[in-house]
Design a protein around this ligand. Structure first.
Ligand code: CA
Length: 235
């Protein structure tokens, strides 16, 4: 989840998804940000960019406005409608107030006009990532979140109260998502030193799914037979 830099150390690299169809621009941005220590991923059209962004795992999305297959504004709106809060920095060749206002209306966090200097891009990426960071303590993956302070999950704008045990399990699953969390680790998180058996864990996960998955179109908690569970954002 949110990584807090230690004093005196350089700021940690961010996981950046770049959605840009112009190959030369994409290559320049990729090379610059990668050299600056960021972990880059790239899609060259709107449809594949949306699918990749929906899977989650990014600190920031850098989104070109004019894209083939799905426009940047539509992409941003669909991402927000699905409940994804990932910070979005929009790039555009046009410097018009109308584009800027439409971008913000569709959920973009900031706006940069081409051509721009690459250090400026990096500064803006860091700024939107800091502003977009979820409140401390909160665990989020895709459209599903959990706040240990209120023992409530959130999904697609709905607040879902959980028991302390359900909350402890969801918290670990979200913090590790989309990685698999083994049964033993979940049992330790839920029951502590006293432990429990896998059947008790299965019962709790069943109840958790009834609350955070069943009311929604796509389930997010997956069972990995014989190993554990994981949370995966809808495609
Ligand atoms: Ca373009």
């Amino acid at each position: 989840m949110s990584r807090v830099p230690s004093p005196g150390l350089p700021a940690p690299g961010l996981r950046v998804l770049l959605i840009e169809d112009q190959h030369d621009i994409a290559a320049n941005i990729w090379d610059f940000l990668e050299r600056r220590g960021h972990e880059m991923d790239h899609c060259a059209d709107g449809a594949s960019g949306l699918a990749r962004a929906m899977r989650g795992g990014f600190d920031v999305v850098v989104l070109d406005l004019g894209l083939p297959r799905l426009d940047g504004l539509d992409l941003c709106r669909r991402l927000r409608e699905a409940g994804h809060g990932v910070p979005v920095l929009m790039l555009t060749a046009r410097d018009t107030l109308d584009d800027k206002l439409r971008g913000f209306a569709e959920g973009a966090d900031d706006y940069l006009v081409k051509p721009f200097a690459l250090p400026e891009l990096e500064a803006r990426i860091r700024a939107v990532q800091r502003r977009g960071r979820p409140p401390s303590g909160q665990a989020v993956h895709g459209p599903l979140g959990y706040d240990p302070d209120t023992l409530a999950a959130q999904r697609e704008g709905r607040r879902i109260p959980l028991t302390r045990l359900q909350g402890a399990l969801l918290d670990v699953l979200l913090r590790e998502a989309p990685r698999i969390v083994p049964h033993a680790r979940l049992i330790e998180a839920g029951w502590g030193a006293q432990g429990a058996d896998v059947a008790a864990l299965q019962t709790q996960i069943y109840e958790l799914r009834a609350l955070v998955d069943r009311p929604f179109a796509q389930p997010m908690i997956q069972s990995v037979r014989g190993i554990g569970y994981r949370v995966v954002a809808p495609a």
